[in-house]
Design a protein around this ligand. Structure first.
Ligand code: GUN
Length: 281
């Protein structure tokens, strides 16, 4: 029996359709600003896709593309301006930033009310403590949406997250925990990755290593969510070895067309939520 493939594109489209019809009735429109510094090809692609989604669903959209040598001071000034701009309700700075810019300074500069990435410590802290907030971390929230479409209930299940980044691994583990999973976080120093993964009913792979997880490591019937976006010979490849994993998993996301579209759909949802929270003030 081969795994059922979870169609991220289709799920993201249905979320965006719902958002689009809600936004059609709103005035003023929710506004999203995306800032890109430099010319990293992957970041450029992501930012273009965010701009396209944003326009399609009817947001007011601003994309600021700045040269690689932009100073930290200039970037901070731009962020201050966008923080104060009443047309903008969501603001994100695409990462990674060039080496001369201190990423943590930039994350701290974004108004937490407009932080639709959920990167600011006010928002990550609220997530940690289970306090109410307008936004969820986009990629982890997208993973949860994908898992929920399988109909597999999360409560009491063993979940393994591979990767401990601030953007994916750590917040994904928190969301799974809030959904009553028993959660293990694995990383590059984990002694026996295969032994951990073999226990897992749910696997979220976010290590950034092409084909790291093979079918032989998986528990039969597992839900396997692949966050990896590795370029191998110019081709986008996940952290899961799809061909072998498909033979063992119960459900699996493809790369591309799995998590990526959901990350953007969650960003759109966050922007609408941030807009509503700001208008209520
Ligand atoms: N770089 C990789 N993923 C992300 C993301 O979700 N948001 C931002 N701002 N940068 C990223």
């Amino acid at each position: 029996m081969t795994a059922q493939i979870i169609d991220g594109k289709k799920l993201a489209q249905s979320i965006k359709d719902r958002l689009k019809s809600e936004i059609a009735g709103l005035a003023p429109k929710p506004g999203l600003a995306v800032v890109l510094v430099g010319d990293d090809p992957a970041s450029r692609t992501y930012v273009n896709a965010k701009e396209k989604d944003s326009r399609e669903i009817g947001f007011y959209s601003e994309v600021r593309r700045l040269p690689k040598n932009t100073s930290e001071e200039n970037l901070l000034e731009l962020i201050t301006g966008l923080n104060q701009n009443p047309q903008i309700h969501g603001l994100l700075v695409q990462l990674p930033l060039p080496g001369h810019i201190d990423e943590s300074k930039i994350i701290l500069a974004v108004d937490p009310a407009k932080d639709v990435d959920c990167f600011h410590p006010v928002n990550t802290g609220a997530l940690f403590s289970g306090l109410p907030r307008a936004v969820l971390p986009c990629t982890p929230a997208g993973c949860l949406e994908l898992i929920k479409t399988t109909g597999v209930s999360l409560s009491g299940k063993k979940a393994v997250v591979v990767g401990r980044s601030n953007i994916v691994g750590k917040p994904a583990a928190l969301l799974l925990l809030q959904n009553n999973c028993t959660v293990t976080i694995c990383h590059s120093r984990t002694a026996d990755l295969a032994a951990e993964i073999r226990q897992a009913d749910i696997v979220i792979a976010a290590a950034g290593k092409a084909g790291l997880i093979t079918g032989a490591m998986l528990k039969k019937g597992a839900v396997v969510i692949d966050v990896g976006t590795n370029r191998v010979d110019g081709k986008l490849t996940g952290d899961i070895d799809f061909a072998s994993a498909q033979e063992i998993a119960g459900f699996i996301t493809p790369v591309p067309g799995g998590v990526g579209p959901l990350t953007r759909a969650m960003l759109m949802q966050n922007t609408l939520n941030a807009y509503k929270a700001q208008l209520q003030k």
